[in-house]
Design a protein around this ligand. Structure first.
Ligand code: SAH
Length: 482
């Protein structure tokens, strides 16, 4: 079948093209390099074979001939093969050689262009590669060739003479020689210069200097180096986001985790998803089924989590049975889960905890159904009973801690912040990974989670003011910008 040479972009996974995502989703085999972003590999089906051809630290590099042969061999088997390459596959990436090998072997191939680091990395550092009038061209050159060689293949004199912006890829290791060469070739030593390391990624770092001084800052690969007037511009938008570069662990369960992780990433953080909860059916599922069947016989149904809503509605055969029933939601997340099922909550308390819900509820008599997690606090049922209600607490799901994951544990070592969005995330995390694995800054969604964390010996320094993900993110932002 077809071999796709796909440009993965410079690092930010969101810079993959739609075509790239589409062919990855149908891949049988993905051939990738060392700098490939893990989350892009996840776009391939779980059962797809993943072959690394990158140079492992300390290990050998797969030769280009071997990569070509691999692509040809896999292409002939009828597999859909995706060759994932950094940036654009035809910009200093030997995609041309791979395509030629496929063409020579009669294997069909498609090129999926990517966003090249030559343009996107400067953009993420606030550097436009052209400017009207002042920078009317940009030249992209490889820094891989030895510029000191008399017969080097880059004509540095011509590059210097052209003026405009010069973008050097693969130039970090030879930065000093390149700068010297450009000065000898006639560029002014005080020409602005910038080296952007790990561009478009959470660990992006921009070094700014001049042609004469950049090498002193010792840029490290991977770096995109820019010379020219534009290199002085700092239209910062990426590195100055409030949580830029913070490594934050998200412990909540999927699918809610991705909402929090997405919010954090939009503010520049590197979110590490480490779900410590997964949801299972309750021990006694029949009770939930029966309660859902009799839903119409209750005066109130009280829902305390989006998962509770999901499980209850799974077993609610006919939405009309809720016609005469009032519905309470403990917070906006739960209310949103109800709204998704076209039910508008009659009551959402001011604070999103059981105590506040109790205050807001009218007194009984009547019947109240609470479908919720198998283990939960007694505050709500006891309070309602005290207010004259006849309360049925029905387990709708069980939270269990997934086995601890060694790869995740390694990521934890570099994390700066951990977020806890419920008491069970605290308990499960500590049970799986231990107190020593807790990053320096502990952030919780509210006082009850904080109390659980403190009981287990943790120091909580960030707490949301409202019991919501938005408020937790705002509290973190506040903490780090203070
Ligand atoms: N085909 C790629 C370039 C491959 S050459 C593209 O179009 O972007 C590899 C060089 O690209 C690196 O040495 C570095 O100069 C640059 N590069 C790739 N990713 C980068 C990143 N995240 N930040 C800065 N430079 C990067």
């Amino acid at each position: 079948m077809t071999v796709y040479l796909v440009g993965a972009g410079p690092g930010d996974p969101a810079l993959l093209t739609m075509r790239g995502a589409e062919v990855l989703a149908g891949a049988d085999v993905v051939v990738y390099d060392r700098l490939s972003v893990a989350s892009l590999l996840e776009l391939a089906p779980a059962e797809a074979e993943r072959i690394s051809v990158g140079k492992q630290p300390g290990g050998p590099r797969t030769s280009q001939e071997d990569i070509n042969a691999l692509l040809v061999a896999r292409g002939r088997t009828g597999n859909q093969v995706v060759r994932l390459k950094g940036g654009d596959p035809f910009v200093f990436a030997r995609g041309g050689e791979e395509a030629a090998a496929l063409a020579a072997a009669g294997v069909s191939f498609e090129i999926v262009p990517g966003i090249t680091s030559a343009i996107a990395v400067p953009a993420y550092a606030g550097i436009p590669v052209t400017m009207r009038y002042s920078s009317t061209s940009f030249t992209v050159v490889t820094g891989h060739e030895d510029p000191a060689k008399v017969e080097g293949s880059v004509n540095w004199e011509a590059v210097a003479a052209l003026g405009g912006t010069v973008v050097v890829l693969m130039g970090a290791a030879r930065c000093r020689t390149i700068c010297d060469r450009l000065i000898t070739a006639g560029l002014a030593p005080d020409t602005p210069a910038a080296a952007v390391q790990w561009g478009t990624r959470p660990n992006q770092r921009t070094l700014r200097a001049t042609l004469a001084t950049l090498a002193e800052l010792d840029p490290q690969p991977p770096a995109t180096i820019v010379f020219g007037e534009v290199a002085a511009s700092d239209l910062a938008w990426f590195e100055n986001r409030p949580l830029f570069g913070r490594r934050i662990v998200v412990t909540r369960a999927q699918p809610q985790a991705s909402v929090l992780a997405g919010d954090l990433r939009r503010r520049g953080a590197e979110a590490i998803e480490l779900p410590v909860i997964s949801f299972q059916p309750p021990e006694d599922l029949d009770r939930l089924i029966r309660a859902a069947a009799e839903a119409g016989s209750y005066h109130w149904v009280v829902l305390t989590s989006p998962t509770g809503v999901a499980r209850f509605f799974e077993h609610l055969r006919d939405a009309r049975s809720l016609g005469g029933v009032k519905v309470a939601a403990i917070g906006p997340g739960t209310a949103a889960a109800l709204a998704e099922r076209n039910v508008v909550a009659d009551l959402v308390p001011k604070q999103y905890v059981a105590e506040s819900l109790l205050e807001a509820m009218p007194d009984g008599p009547g019947r109240v159904l609470i479908p919720r997690a198998e283990t939960a606090r007694d505050v709500l049922p006891e309070g309602l009973a005290a207010a004259g209600w006849d309360v049925d607490v029905v387990p709708a799901y069980r939270t269990v801690a997934p086995a601890s994951d060694p790869a995740a544990a390694a990521l934890l070592a570099d994390a700066e912040v951990i977020t806890f969005t419920s008491s069970s995330t605290v308990t499960n995390f500590l049970d799986s990974y231990g107190a020593d694995a807790v990053p320096e800054v502990v952030a919780t969604i509210g006082p009850i989670t904080t109390a659980t964390a403190r009981n287990r010996g943790l120091q909580v320094v960030v707490e949301a003011t409202e019991h919501t993900v938005d408020s937790l993110v705002a509290a973190l932002e506040d903490f780090f910008t203070r």
